[in-house]
Design a protein around this ligand. Sequence first.
Ligand SMILES: Nc1ncnc2c1ncn2[C@@H]1O[C@H](COP(=O)(O)OP(=O)(O)OP(=O)(O)O)[C@@H](O)[C@H]1O
Length: 242
Amino acid sequence: MTRGPAIRVEGSARSEGAPLFAQLSLTLEGAGWTCLLGASGVGKSTILRLIAGLESHVTFDGAITAADGADLSGRIAYMAQSDLLMPWASVTENVCLGARLRGQTPDAARARDLIDRVGLTAHAHKRPGALSGGQRQRAALARTLMEDRPVILLDEPFSALDARTRSEMQELAVELLRGCTVLLVTHDPAEAARLGHAIFILEPSGLSEVTPPPAPVPRAIDDPDTLALQGALLRRLREGAA
Ligand SMILES: Nc1ncnc2c1ncn2[C@@H]1O[C@H](COP(=O)(O)OP(=O)(O)OP(=O)(O)O)[C@@H](O)[C@H]1O
């Protein structure tokens, strides 16, 4: 696995002629987890889509660059908020979809292992319509991990999971994405406090950074510093909404 580069996002965005977010300067640590929080509709997913180079409804005035100077295209795996699973394909086929679309032979053993690690072995043959919301989300997570890219963009990837599975999947993602540059959009202050090497809150006026504790990620859920940060983040989010 190539080490993920640092990424810099600098610019402002307008949607339908009106400002969505003001001039911002966001640096994603190379080979680290950056968490992005903020009120619904403030533009978090839009930032992910802009980095991913996907079609967007906004006009972005600025630049998105990797610190190593190389193009980002082909180096990103993106997990959208909606799981985007193909309804006609089984879990295994969905996990292998990227390789198939590129005309490559998928690594079947790796797919089996990832499906096992997300707890879906018993469901590997099923189509998405036969899965629960949390199972679908884990299938989408396995598909993202299967891509083996140095830059990973995750849009609320654990939001549909029960508390126990969520903490397990957070730990799995940290383990399997070691060395990757990860941008995680989340509404969960506890998740950001556990996973962020860097944590930002997006507001219409711009970004603010909240310094996490120095403990390595994933931080213990019941660590006093993690809990204190969780509380501080929730307070900041509530103040922002006031
Ligand atoms: N396809 C689209 N066409 C027009 N406007 C859109 C489109 N997608 C999103 N928007 C608008 O752009 C703004 C930013 O949306 P975005 O999805 O980036 O927000 P978000 O911060 O990720 O929200 P959430 O936390 O609810 O997912 C919102 O006001 C939304 O209504």
